[in-house]
Design a protein around this ligand. Structure first.
Ligand code: SF4
Length: 374
C-alpha cells in the first residue's frame, strides 16, 4: 500500500501577518465574546478551576458547576481544607473525576508549597497535579497577562487552518510545529485576551464541521480558506471504534440499608461511591442468577438471593457504550459485617451526601420506589 505523502514543511508566519492576526482577533473578541462567569475575574484560582472543568466538557455544562464550586470553595485554601467527598459531590455529573481529585491535591500543594497564593511562574504552575502545558499557559496568560502560549482542541484546528498545515496534528511532529507556531504568535501584551480570542473563534466560528468562513475576521489571513481546504484541515487519525459493553449493578439490601463501596484508586470513577457493579455475560435464567451471585460474592463477599431486575440504563464512558442492567437483591445472613470503612451499609436517604456516578445517582433516586423485600 502506498504511504501517504509527507507534509510539506509549513513556514512560520511573518511579523506583519502576526500583527494583523492579533489586531483582528482582539477586535472581534471584544464584540463577540460570550459572557461567562470566569471572564469577570483575574483570580488565578477561579481561572484554574474553569480551565480544569472545561477540559473535555461543553461550556454550557460547566457554567452551573463552576458557580457552585467557587461559591463552596472560594479560594485554594478553602478547597485544600475541604473533604474530598464534598469536592467530588460538587463535581458529580461533570465526569472525568480524576480532574477533581487532582484539583484538590493541587490546592493542598498550593497551601503547603506556596502559602496559599497561586504561583505566577509558568514552570511552577505546570508542576501542580493535573496542570499540563496548555492549562499552565492559559492560567498565567489570562490571570497575569504573561506571554505564554496555549494549544488545545479549538486552537489546534484554528492554527492548522490558518497556516494550511497539512500534516497529522495528532502526531508528535504536528504537535511540535503547532506549539512552535502558538509561541511565535502570542503577543507581548494582551496575551490573555489573545489566547481567549483564539479559543473563542475556534469554538464559535472555525468549527470542526462547516466553519463560518463568511463571517470570520481572519479569513484574509487564512491559508485553508485561500486554498479551499477547510474541510481537509486539520488532518487527524481515525478514532477507535465505539464498543458495546454489558454491565450489571446490584443494590444489595440488608435490614433497610443498601451496600455501597468507595471506588478505589486506579478504578474507573475512583473516589466516588457505588453499588456493586461488574461486567456480565449471561443474559437470562439460571445462568444469569448464578453469574450475578458469583460476581457479588467475588466483589464483596456478600451472598444474595433472588436478584430482581429493576431498570436498564444506557451510558457512555470514553469509547464504550454501556448497557447497565440494575438489580435489587436481599443479602443472606453471612458476611454482613464489612471489613473496610470504604464499604458501608447505608440508609438510602444518606446516599444524597455521597458522590455517586451519574448512573449510581439515577439508581439511588429509584430506591425510594423500591422497598427491600422480606
Ligand atoms: Fe477557520 Fe474559515 Fe476563518 Fe479560516 S477562514 S480561520 S477556516 S473560519
Amino acid at each position: 500500500m502506498a504511504r501517504p505523502a509527507a507534509a510539506a514543511p509549513c513556514p512560520l508566519p511573518t511579523p506583519g501577518w502576526q500583527r494583523s492576526l492579533a489586531r483582528r482577533l482582539l477586535g472581534w473578541y471584544r464584540r463577540h465574546r460570550r459572557d461567562l462567569p470566569w471572564r469577570h475575574t483575574s483570580d488565578p484560582y477561579q481561572i484554574w478551576v474553569s480551565e480544569i472543568m472545561l477540559q473535555q466538557t461543553q461550556v454550557a455544562t460547566v457554567v452551573p458547576y463552576f458557580n457552585r464550586f467557587v461559591a463552596a470553595f472560594p479560594t485554594a485554601r478553602a478547597l485544600a481544607e475541604a473533604d474530598e467527598r464534598d469536592v467530588l459531590r460538587l463535581w458529580e455529573g461533570l465526569g472525568y473525576y480524576r480532574r477533581a481529585r487532582q484539583l484538590h491535591r493541587a490546592a493542598r500543594e498550593i497551601v503547603e508549597g506556596h502559602g496559599g497564593g497561586f504561583p505566577r511562574d509558568l514552570e511552577q504552575v505546570g508542576r501542580l497535579p493535573g496542570i499540563g502545558r496548555y492549562t499552565a499557559g492559559a492560567i498565567v496568560s489570562i490571570a497575569y497577562d504573561l506571554p505564554a502560549a496555549i494549544l488545545e482542541a479549538n486552537t489546534i484546528r484554528l492554527l492548522s487552518r490558518l497556516v494550511a498545515y497539512s500534516g497529522d496534528v495528532s502526531s508528535g511532529a504536528g504537535r511540535k510545529f503547532l506549539w512552535q507556531l502558538a509561541e511565535t504568535i502570542v503577543p507581548r501584551r494582551n496575551c490573555g485576551l489573545f489566547n481567549q480570542s483564539l479559543m473563542e473563534l475556534g469554538s464559535l466560528v472555525c468549527t470542526p464541521k462547516a466553519p463560518a468562513c463568511g463571517v470570520c475576521p481572519v479569513r484574509e489571513l487564512c491559508g485553508a480558506f485561500r486554498l479551499g481546504r477547510q474541510d481537509q484541515i486539520p488532518r487527524t487519525r481515525a478514532r477507535p471504534p465505539v464498543e458495546a459493553v454489558r454491565e450489571a449493578s446490584v443494590v444489595a439490601w440488608h435490614r433497610g440499608k443498601v451496600f455501597v463501596r468507595r471506588r478505589a484508586d486506579g478504578e474507573r470513577w475512583a473516589g466516588l461511591w457505588d453499588f456493586l457493579r461488574f461486567p456480565i455475560a449471561a443474559r437470562r435464567g439460571d445462568a444469569l442468577r448464578t453469574e450475578l451471585a458469583q460476581k457479588v460474592r467475588q466483589q464483596s463477599g456478600l451472598s444474595i438471593r433472588e436478584p430482581e431486575k429493576i431498570a436498564t440504563l444506557k451510558h457512555g464512558v470514553t469509547r464504550f457504550r454501556i448497557t447497565l442492567d440494575c438489580y435489587r437483591a436481599t443479602c443472606r445472613g453471612t458476611r454482613i459485617t464489612l471489613p473496610s470503612p470504604e464499604w458501608r451499609w447505608i440508609e438510602p436517604d444518606a446516599l444524597e451526601e455521597l458522590p455517586l456516578s451519574v448512573t449510581g445517582r439515577k439508581l439511588s433516586r429509584m430506591l425510594s420506589d423500591i422497598s427491600p423485600r422480606a
